[in-house]
Design a protein around this ligand. Structure first.
Ligand SMILES: CC(C)(COP(=O)(O)OP(=O)(O)OC[C@H]1O[C@@H](n2cnc3c(N)ncnc32)[C@H](O)[C@@H]1OP(=O)(O)O)[C@@H](O)C(=O)NCCC(=O)NCCS
Length: 138
């Protein structure tokens, strides 16, 4: 059974391992420690299989990042993580690589729309980020 709960100190090493396996430029482990309260983890039989980070910025909800362990993808865990944080009252926004069709498809399913581009946003290959936004008033 999949459970989703606040990230604990003891979860951070595994979350960071998934981060390293999921992103070309992983966030430093210290960021997860500093932002511990912003993260939720998905566990299957007590094993961490994914996480999502969300923060308030100027009254809107910013999805910092999310990832699912590479061995556990395409089983609905990403959807479960999004469903845990999303609601129909708040504005949500995030940045995603133009080439990241998996994530873009996921966010589109939950009503996120492309609203802008941050040119050369990613350090490794200067890829653009698409800004996606979900606004309940639109
Ligand atoms: C994006 C990510 C979190 C999706 O997690 P997941 O558990 O595999 O997602 P789900 O199984 O819940 O799939 C949800 C939807 O995402 C989309 N999707 C997921 N993987 C996909 C793929 N390989 N190709 C195309 N669409 C994909 C589909 O729309 C899917 O819905 P469907 O199964 O009804 O077609 C996962 O691929 C991941 O960790 N990627 C690396 C990290 C990353 O890119 N994070 C996002 C940063 S913005």
């Amino acid at each position: 059974m999949l459970t989703i709960s606040p990230m604990l100190d003891s979860d951070i090493a595994t979350v960071f391992a998934i981060e390293k396996g999921s992103f070309v430029v992983p966030k430093p482990e210290q960021i997860f420690r500093d932002d511990e309260k912003k993260y939720l983890v998905a566990k299957e039989a007590d094993k961490i299989v994914g996480y999502i980070g969300i923060e308030d910025i100027a009254g809107e909800k910013h999805v910092i990042n999310m990832a699912v362990h590479p061995d556990c993808r395409r089983k609905g865990i990403g959807k479960s993580l999004i469903e845990k944080v999303i609601n129909s009252n708040d504005v949500f926004f995030l940045e995603v690589r133009v080439s990241n069709l998996a994530a873009r498809n996921l966010y589109e399913q939950y009503g996120f729309k492309n609203v802008g581009l941050r040119k050369n946003y990613y350090q490794d290959n200067r890829e653009d980020a698409i800004i996606m936004r979900k606004d309940p008033n639109e």
